[in-house]
Design a protein around this ligand. Structure first.
Ligand code: NAI
Ligand code: MG
Length: 358
């Protein structure tokens, strides 16, 4: 039996409600495929911060580094400023563990109403690969001539060859692995004078190494429009930190609801653990009512399985999710997708679907 050690960080709000459902699904799929999980339950959250003044203990990163992967719920608490939760935990994990790929599937699930007219499951099914460590989100820059008429700021974007090449290589390798030999690049070389022409240059160089993969480049503005008008045209889309950030919310947006979407922060070389989480946050407006949709968290667990080399188990979990969402019964659907099921009833329905199709 293979054993995986998983750091489980439910976090705040609905993170604590959806996480048990993902663990339920992992336990069941583990029994089916003879995969063992050792879960470390870590109660690090904004509530920890309120009690102790820090989001995680001083040896937090060390402890996380002893795991094969991290499964995160969501962090954020109404009385705690968002930069505390972000810079106190999420950003250190993403950066210190060199999780330079943010990977998000964009897929219309059966039974989830699509905001785009005339689209059915199968029409929207692609992947966004976002650079997660450099680019526009840098701390380089500053404020000058403060308080005077000449006051201004400079914010510098950083694109290294190493950083640019490795995210593009990941995108091309992903397209190869998925058997979807088509990579689209998000650019803006008609506006940004240095960074995006460089991005384009590296994209062309990388494309030359993968002659079997079709490529195209889109300026970010028209690309956003194409996500809405022609989402069926995409397979793998690669973008810088800022462009990828925007696209990776637009993507799940066109598939109906962010509550079902997952996100992976990956260190592809596996030198450090990667982190898997739903796209949504801690949803304080519905927290504590047991009505949160657990699908994003369960799908994140499926992405984690794939990363751990358990591809078959990962695929089965995704199929079970699709069986569940295709079920019109209000008894298995949470309120956000038109039912009145509790979080755990929805989780149970996914487990039942697993058993039916395994
Ligand atoms: P949010 O994603 O928590 O909620 C947005 C809306 O979607 C709310 O109306 C919420 O009820 C609904 N929603 C979200 N997930 C749902 C689910 N699973 N089932 C049913 N409905 C769901 O975003 P918001 O309100 O902007 O942020 C709330 C807190 O979460 C903030 O503190 C924010 O910083 C944090 N946050 C944390 C993230 C993370 O941990 N990576 C990501 C996004 C936000
Ligand atoms: Mg975002």
């Amino acid at each position: 039996m293979t054993q995986h050690t998983i750091a489980v960080l439910p976090g705040d709000g609905i993170g604590r409600e959806v996480m048990p459902e993902a663990l339920k699904v992992l336990d069941r799929v583990g029994q089916i495929f003879d995969i063992g999980f050792r879960f470390s339950h870590l109660d690090w959250s904004c509530e920890t911060w309120l009690a102790t003044g820090s989001m995680m203990p001083p040896d937090g990163m060390d402890r996380l580094s002893q795991h094969d992967a991290i499964l995160l719920g969501a962090v954020g608490y109404p009385t705690v400023p968002d930069h505390i939760s972000l810079w106190g935990m999420l950003i250190p994990i993403r950066r210190e563990f060199d999780q330079y790929v943010n990977l998000r599937p964009v897929r219309l699930l059966p039974g989830i109403p699509c905001p785009l007219a005339g689209r059915a499951p199968g029409d929207i099914d692609f992947w966004i690969v976002r650079e997660n460590t450099e680019g526009e989100y840098s701390q380089i820059g500053g404020r000058f001539a403060e308080g005077s008429e000449a006051e201004g700021v400079a914010q510098t974007a950083i694109f290294t060859r190493r950083g640019t090449d490795r995210i593009m290589r990941y995108a091309f390798d992903l397209a190869t692995r998925l058997g979807r030999p088509h990579v689209s690049s998000a650019t803006k070389s008609n506006g940004l004078f240095h960074s995006m022409p460089y991005w384009d240059e590296r994209f062309e160089k990388m494309a030359a190494e993968y002659p079997d993969i079709r490529t195209d480049s889109h300026h970010i503005d028209i690309l956003a429009a194409r996500f809405v008008m022609h989402p069926d045209r995409f397979d793998v889309v690669v973008g810088s930190n800022l462009f990828g950030d925007i696209l990776s919310d637009l993507g799940p947006g066109v598939t109906g609801t962010i509550a079902v979407a997952p996100s992976a922060n990956i260190n592809p070389e596996k030198r450090f653990p990667s982190m898997f989480e739903p796209v949504h946050g801690s949803a304080p407006d519905i927290a504590g009512r047991a009505i949160a949709n657990p699908i994003g968290q369960v799908w994140a667990a499926s992405m984690m399985l794939d990363h751990l080399g358990e591809g078959e188990a990962a695929a089965l979990v995704l199929r079970a999710i699709e069986h569940m969402t295709a079920d019109p019964s209000a008894l298995v659907r949470t309120a956000d997708i038109g039912g009145h099921a509790s979080t755990s009833a929805c989780g149970d329905a996914i487990v039942a679907a697993l058993d039916r199709i395994a």
